[in-house]
Write a protein that binds this ligand. Structure first.
Ligand code: N01
Length: 580
């Protein structure tokens, strides 16, 4: 039965990819190489996704650039040399442009076009897709490469429209840049975007006021040129290096230790944390195996970071306000900064703690809190994203039997492997909710998904199968397994965007898969090895293969013995494991 969807009589294209960020670009290249004729639709006027939109001052990657770059092409790898350990946004955008040029991608990308609707036509086994310019397209496979952090939250403030100054969003920064020289600037938010931009804006502006509701943990990047020795070590065997990165929980090399903080002598703990702090970035996350699960171990790292904040911020009262207290370390994505805390020592920078004086709204002159008014020439909103589901559920997606994605996800996003959704045949989500995605080095997660999807499309084509779809049973089993993976950790304890907590009315559910990229990749391999376990494969309306259950088990990870009681206890308390 055809749905009441927009349609056209044109021949369907093999695959329509939505988004020309790193995921969409590689998907396009990969499918072309396999003899498909894919096309891409992109809302922006250029490639690069995240790095196209987020042009705020100080934007840069928080995974080392040697690892945060494509590994699928040896020549590409050899010809590109990053200038810094953590590349800045303009260089990342240049890299995206280079990739597009090198593989002649733009001829198949329709820019300045947003997909607004996609309806599955079961009779024709195609997706009917509508775009915001009113065009209609038909495709066999619809691949959403729409990004996990691409749609800003709708946060607004009473009176914002009356403000006479300029308003900028970090995630929609003007392409021509902004010069804050001589201006009084206010910034709302203290997440990664704010923490990266505050030090730069403070250098330019006459005065900067930072409105903080919740302080975050931030580690120094110690950014700079990539030391020759590091580059040479990497250049000797980039393949091996990448393989090793993919075989980790986070998809990047972070010296994950199996030592337990609660069983390590204080002097050794200090030495280890100091060593990792001096190295910079996320390295401190891997210091001890129990930090993510044991509150006592986590507290040790929290106190270490609090001390580091006190060392960097001259005014003890300001340092205290900047110290996180409401969530364990690592339960929100930690930030990586260059001079963030020291910026509060500048005479032209002021911190307003919105817990003490809540923001009540805007006036024509600036921002009002319960305590007083602040006058500004410009205000920056660094207020975050409708993460993971925002870009997907803004498309009117209607699957088999008129199933709408919004209804299916009413209690939180349900997927099988974060790759497909039951009732939505031939719809793939690259780094979708339910996959490791934002908990990992995104590039490695993107490559793993693109390659899995490409293999799947080849398999369907070779067998003349017209559709693949996750079974309800496998989807339910994957959701359960995802819950089991995150429950022993403290990750669900924070009001994070991982939990959907930053968007009013969004269901609370831990959205990424917390079992690790290495485990997850192995599960995806097993699923294929078992003939696409958990998927229903059809030719027209004839079911060719259906193994509805999901039984693949992750290779038993090396869980330190001392963690087992905590993990088992949490699973039992959550009813995910029978009590003895
Ligand atoms: O957004 P966020 P982000 N009144 O959600 C505050 C990635 N990223 O764009 O916590 C007052 O973290 C909000 O306060 P609270 C990275 O994964 C990576 O900074 O809700 N304040 C918070 O302080 C990151 O985690 C890089 O109390 C309000 C801030 O706005 C993710 O993107 C760089 C408010 C939002 O912080 C998101 O980061 C940048 C209100 N009404 C981003 N509403 C790299 O380094 C919100 N806030 C690669």
């Amino acid at each position: 039965m055809a749905t009441s969807s927009p349609s056209t009589s044109a021949q369907p294209i093999d695959a329509l990819i939505v988004g020309a960020g790193f995921a969409g670009m590689y998907m396009l290249h990969k499918l072309r190489g396999l003899g498909f004729n894919p096309q891409v639709v992109e809302a922006g006027s250029g490639v690069g996704g995240t790095w196209y939109w987020n042009r705020y001052p100080g934007a840069r990657v928080d995974i080392q650039s040697l690892e945060y770059s494509f590994g699928f092409d040896e020549e590409l790898e050899k010809e590109w040399r990053w200038s810094e350990r953590y590349a800045p946004q303009p260089e990342l955008l240049k890299y995206a442009e280079h990739v597009a040029e090198r593989f002649d991608l733009k001829r198949d990308i329709r820019f300045n076009t947003r997909v607004t609707a996609a309806h599955w036509d079961d009779a024709a086994q195609v997706w009917n897709v509508t775009t915001d310019d009113g065009a209609a397209m038909r495709c066999r496979h619809l691949i959403l490469a729409t990004g996990c952090l691409s749609i800003p939250t709708d946060v607004t403030f009473p009176g914002l429209e009356t403000f006479k100054g300029a308003v900028y969003r970090t995630s929609r920064w003007p392409h021509e840049g902004v010069d804050f020289s001589g201006q009084r600037v206010g910034i709302i938010g203290t997440g990664s975007s704010a923490i990266q931009s505050i030090p730069i804006i403070a250098q330019q502006a006459e005065h900067l006021t930072v409105f903080q509701r919740t302080p975050n943990y931030s580690m120094p990047a110690h950014n700079g040129p990539i030391p020759d020795a590091d580059f040479e070590a990497w250049s000797k065997d980039p393949r091996g290096y990448r393989a090793a990165s993919r075989d980790t929980v986070g998809g990047f090399q972070n010296e994950a230790s199996e030592a337990m903080a609660t069983q390590t002598a204080p002097a050794e703990i200090r030495a280890e944390l100091e060593r990792r702090w001096a190295w910079g970035g996320f390295r401190i996350l891997g210091a001890f195996a129990d930090t993510a699960v044991d509150p006592e171990a986590n507290r040790i790292v929290q106190e270490f970071i609090a001390e580091k904040i006190r060392q960097q911020v001259a005014d003890p009262a300001v340092a205290e306000k900047l110290t996180p207290k409401d969530h364990p370390f690592g339960t929100k994505r930690p930030c990586v900064d260059t001079g963030y805390y020291a910026t509060f020592n500048r005479p032209n920078v002021e911190l307003v703690d919105l817990r003490e004086e809540p923001l009540t709204g805007f006036t024509p002159e600036g921002i009002k809190t319960s305590a007083k008014g602040y006058a500004f020439d410009a205000v920056v909103l660094a207020t975050g994203f409708d993460a993971m589901t925002g870009a997907i559920d803004r498309i009117d997606l209607v699957g088999r039997g008129e199933r709408r994605i919004k209804d299916h996800w009413a209690e939180g996003p349900r997927t099988y492997l974060g790759l497909m959704v039951a009732g939505f045949p031939n719809l793939f989500t690259i780094t979708g909710p339910g996959s490791p995605s934002v908990l990992t080095n995104m590039i490695n997660s993107i490559e793993q998904h693109v390659e899995w999807i490409a293999d799947c499309l080849v398999s369907l084509k070779q067998r003349q199968q017209t559709s693949i779809e996750a079974s309800e049973e496998a989807e339910a089993a994957w959701c359960r397994h995802s819950t089991e993976a995150v429950t022993p950790t403290m990750l669900p304890q924070a009001n994070s965007w991982y939990m959907g907590a930053n968007v009013p009315g969004k269901p609370r559910m831990f959205m990424p898969y917390a079992g690790g990229l290495n485990t997850y990749t192995e599960i995806c391999r097993q699923v294929v090895g078992k003939g696409y376990e958990g998927f229903i494969i059809r030719q027209g309306d004839r079911v060719l293969s259906e193994s509805r259950a999901f039984t693949s088990q992750p290779a038993p990870g090396e869980i330190p013995e001392n963690l087992l009681p905590i993990i088992v206890g949490r699973l039992m308390a959550a009813g995910l494991m029978p009590a003895e």
